[in-house]
Design a binder for this molecule. Structure first.
Ligand SMILES: Nc1nc2c(c(=O)[nH]1)N[C@H]1C(S)=C(S)[C@@H](COP(=O)(O)OP(=O)(O)OC[C@H]3O[C@@H](n4cnc5c(=O)[nH]c(N)nc54)[C@H](O)[C@@H]3O)O[C@H]1N2
Ligand SMILES: Nc1nc2c(c(=O)[nH]1)N[C@H]1C(S)=C(S)[C@@H](COP(=O)(O)OP(=O)(O)OC[C@H]3O[C@@H](n4cnc5c(=O)[nH]c(N)nc54)[C@H](O)[C@@H]3O)O[C@H]1N2
Ligand code: SF4
Ligand SMILES: [Mo]
Length: 741
């Protein structure tokens, strides 16, 4: 191929459009990566409506990681203490199929689990749902979105009757006040943040509020930073609502005509007077009042949130408390306002649409809704009752299922749980006990590979064609433009092959991913995420936002089909609840699941850095990014550091009830006293004893079942010398020799 290819950045949920050109174009010398492979040239796609030509360092350098340390062939071994040996696809798939069959006949379908991710494309996700939830009859498909978006899903569903972020990026440039809570968008959603920041700088009346216990790059740009104590978001949100109520700033017309449960909400917020709230949150009353004034006076308020809200033992209640403020002020369904959850991964949205959590079915359907199950069973040509009425295992319940012998097959796809799950030592011990683990990934080594019996090499972005949906419901086609290395295959293709070998020939007759997509979108007909107007062919002309039902009109030459797309949801203020009204929630703050105490006096919070992506499978292999963030660290406030005798750049031992880590101190005022911060990016492969998740616990929100990855209690101790070893690839040397076969 010689032409420039238009595609989507495969990192974050902003979903920037990219233009990629082959290495040798324009007669320029070809850049090569460290392993001699030519590097494709990447730049922003000016025609992409979401990003308008902008990219951040991750998107700009993506091509450098594509060929490094790839898993090229299927690998198998009998037990975890043996080295892998190369196998053909036939042998590897036979093992997977017979592993599943034997567990089906002994333990039953609920002993089979797949753990996927928002980095699978929609087509990959769909075929996996059909295989597990349809043919095998178990809802044990969960994804890392459980750790990421499930509180947003639950919050939207409870308040509006359906999932689905109602806003769009144009609102970033139309708002009078951006209310960013629990999000470090400057580092984690940089292009969304750029668009907002430009608008903010240009218009003096536009305000930006940031709610975050850390003074992040995002907070730095704000007019008002509310550095609340971790886990006090509901106090703050209810405290703002209290003031709005007090000042008579309720949009009564909207509330009366379009909502229910206001009385219970009003009663709940009456318990959050400013002095109490300010004290609990650790902020000044006047700052609380300023925030409430913005909500009261600005024509449009756009709230943006991510993990500081979702990753909490009361994540759903936090989401609903944000939505409450929009409902009480009528700030929804209009330009420049609304409750906007930014999605993390490039296709976390697609995963939600296609039912990629253990409580969901395709087309924003619920496993526990009998009508939804029947619709999907009929569409898939299954027997009545073949889809189980029970929600499947969540990510953490897969771990506990391994512990108690209820899980016989674990198939992990496009995620690196041996770094990203909470309570990591416990999770690792459970993985060690797994009777049969299949790991389908693109890179080797990764931390999770050492816990697998079979490794299946997946083709990644750029090597397969599929679609992804970004935070503003924009669906973009990502065409394949490079050959997969070795024998790697697209995920949807691998799942289809296993489905056919398990006896479901007619269910998995897909010649290509366009056919998968064409089948899938039929399941979105008349659903909130209707995409029946889309096809790979149409998306090849450019990205399109859902809802996008197919419509028919009498054109000159007869009936014509066209796609009718919408920028915003709920513009008519009719919601997806049975009575069409949005629901207020009466929420109360319960605080952190594991607050600090005398023994563990600090709250550890965890998160991300601008350059790195999660467990570094790509960004750890890119020199520029490695230089940007060379090593793990812990942020400590000078007051705490001084009291403990910890100096900047010296080593600290961090202990929690679950684990120990050793990190270099970064003594900084950007963190509130009593709170410390560790980035999540360093697993055992990249550093020694630097895992954030050595400490985090698995207690989760009762509604969304999302674990509280943002807070746990730790103690700190200065340690004299630098630990001896640092993480490296050496423990994987057995595999490297196999790779050169
Ligand atoms: N550079 C980069 N960008 C990414 C990713 C990446 O790995 N690297 N990953 C992507 C993914 S999957 C995701 S989910 C997003 C995540 O994007 P973000 O959620 O923006 O990132 P985090 O750093 O995890 O957490 C955000 C902030 O929550 C704050 N916080 C902690 N506890 C609380 C609390 O109790 N209340 C409030 N209000 N705030 C709190 C933290 O201090 C932190 O600054 O980023 C996406 N973009
Ligand atoms: N302490 C703490 N822990 C956290 C978080 C936190 O804030 N703090 N955040 C949580 C959140 S929000 C998230 S999203 C998770 C992320 O955690 P993970 O999902 O574990 O992180 P990644 O490193 O993105 O792993 C993705 C894997 O998919 C592979 N991959 C990429 N593309 C493909 C493909 O097309 N096919 C296949 N088969 N594989 C592919 C990559 O090589 C990589 O190994 O971490 C969670 N864990
Ligand atoms: S902002 Fe997100 S989607 Fe855009 S280039 Fe950066 S990582 Fe990629
Ligand atoms: Mo995420």
């Amino acid at each position: 191929m010689t032409d420039t290819i238009k595609t989507l950045c495969p990192y974050c949920g902003v979903g920037c459009g990219l233009e990629v050109s082959p290495p040798a174009m324009l007669g320029k010398p070809t850049n090569r990566d460290g392993q001699g492979n030519p590097i494709w040239r990447v730049r922003g796609d000016r025609a992409h409506p979401s990003s308008q030509g902008m990219v951040c360092v991750k998107g700009a350098t993506i091509a450098e990681a594509l060929d490094k340390d790839r898993l090229r062939y299927p690998m198998v071994r009998e037990s975890l203490d043996q080295p892998f040996r190369r196998a053909g696809w036939d042998e590897a798939l036979d093992r997977v199929v017979s592993g599943i069959q034997s567990v089906l006949s002994t333990l039953g379908p609920d002993a089979v689990c797949m753990y996927g991710s928002g980095q699978m494309q929609t087509e990959d996700y769909y075929v996996a749902q059909k295989l597990l939830k349809g043919c095998l009859g178990t809802n044990n498909f969960d994804s890392n979105s459980r750790l990421c978006m499930s509180s947003a899903v639950a919050g939207y569903s409870q308040s509006f009757g359906s999932d689905g972020p109602p806003c769009c990026y144009e609102d970033l440039e139309l708002t009078d006040c951006a209310f960013l809570i629990g999000t470090n968008a400057a580092e984690c959603h940089p292009i969304v943040f750029n668009r907002l920041q430009k608008h903010h700088k240009k218009h003096r009346h536009v305000k930006m509020v940031v709610v975050d216990p850390r003074h992040t790059a995002t907070a730095e740009a704000a007019d008002l930073h509310l550095a609340i104590q971790p886990g006090t978001d509901i106090d703050l949100l209810n405290g703002i609502a209290y003031l709005l109520q007090l000042w008579g700033c309720v949009d009564r017309k909207f509330v009366d005509a379009h909502t229910t449960n206001f009385a219970a909400f009003a009663e709940a917020i009456s318990h959050y007077p400013p002095h109490l709230v300010a004290k609990r949150c650790g902020i000044a009353v006047k700052d609380l009042e300023t925030a409430a004034h913005y909500w009261a006076e600005k024509k449009s308020v756009l709230s943006l949130w991510t993990m500081g809200v979702n990753q909490s033992s009361e994540g759903t209640a936090k989401v609903r408390s944000i939505i409450n403020l929009h409902l009480m002020t009528g700030q929804i369904g209009k330009p420049g306002c609304g409750p906007f959850s930014l999605t993390g991964q490039p296709n976390a949205m697609g995963g939600r649409e296609v039912g990629g959590l253990c409580n969901l079915l395709p087309g924003y359907r619920q496993v526990q809704n009998p009508h939804h199950r029947t619709e999907v069973e009929q569409f898939w040509g299954l027997n009545p009752g073949q889809i189980s009425p029970d929600r499947g295992r969540t990510a953490w319940e897969i771990v506990t299922g391994l512990e108690n012998g209820e899980v016989g097959v674990l198939w992990i796809v496009a995620t690196n749980p041996v770094v990203s799950l909470p309570d990591l030592e416990r999770a690792k011990s459970a993985f060690l006990r797994s009777p049969f683990t299949v790991y389908q990934d693109v890179y080797y080594p990764t931390e999770t590979a050492s816990y697998a019996h079979v490794l299946l090499p997946a083709a990644q972005w750029s090597e397969k064609t599929g679609t992804m949906t970004n935070s503003e419901r924009m669906v973009t086609l990502c065409p394949g433009f490079r050959n997969p290395p070795g024998e790697a295959k697209a995920d949807w293709h691998i799942f289809s092959e296993v489905g056919r070998r398990l006896g479901y020939e007619k269910h998995f007759q897909f010649a290509n991913s366009a056919e998968v997509f064409a089948e899938y979108i039929q399941l979105t007909r008349d659903r909130p995420c209707d995409m029946t107007g889309l096809s790979h062919q149409k998306l090849a002309q450019g990205p399109i936002q859902w809802p996008c039902p197919v419509k028919r009109t009498g054109g000159a030459g007869g009936e014509e089909e066209y796609a009718s797309s919408s920028k915003r949801l709920y513009t008519d203020w009719r919601f997806h609840t049975p009575d069409g009204r949005a629901r207020f929630a009466a929420t109360h703050s319960r605080g952190l699941a594991e607050p600090s105490d005398l023994e563990y006096p600090f709250v550890l919070t965890t998160g991300r850095l601008y350059g790195h992506w999660h467990t570094q499978t790509r960004t750890g292999r890119i020199a520029k990014i490695q230089q940007m963030h060379p090593e793990p660290f812990i942020e400590i406030h000078p007051r705490d550091a001084g009291r403990l005798g910890i100096k900047d750049c010296e080593w600290v031992e961090v202990r929690s009830r679950r684990g120990t880590s050793r990190l270099k101190a970064q003594v900084t005022k950007t963190i509130a006293p009593g709170t410390v911060f560790v980035p999540m990016h360093w697993g055992a492969l990249w550093a020694d004893q630097a895992e954030a998740n050595a400490h985090t616990h698995s207690q989760s929100c009762p509604d969304s079942l999302q674990p509280e990855l943002k807070a746990c209690a730790v103690q700190l101790m200065p340690i004299p010398a630098k630990p001896i070893s640092t993480g490296s690839f050496t423990s994987f040397s057995t595999f490297s020799s196999v790779m050169s076969v």
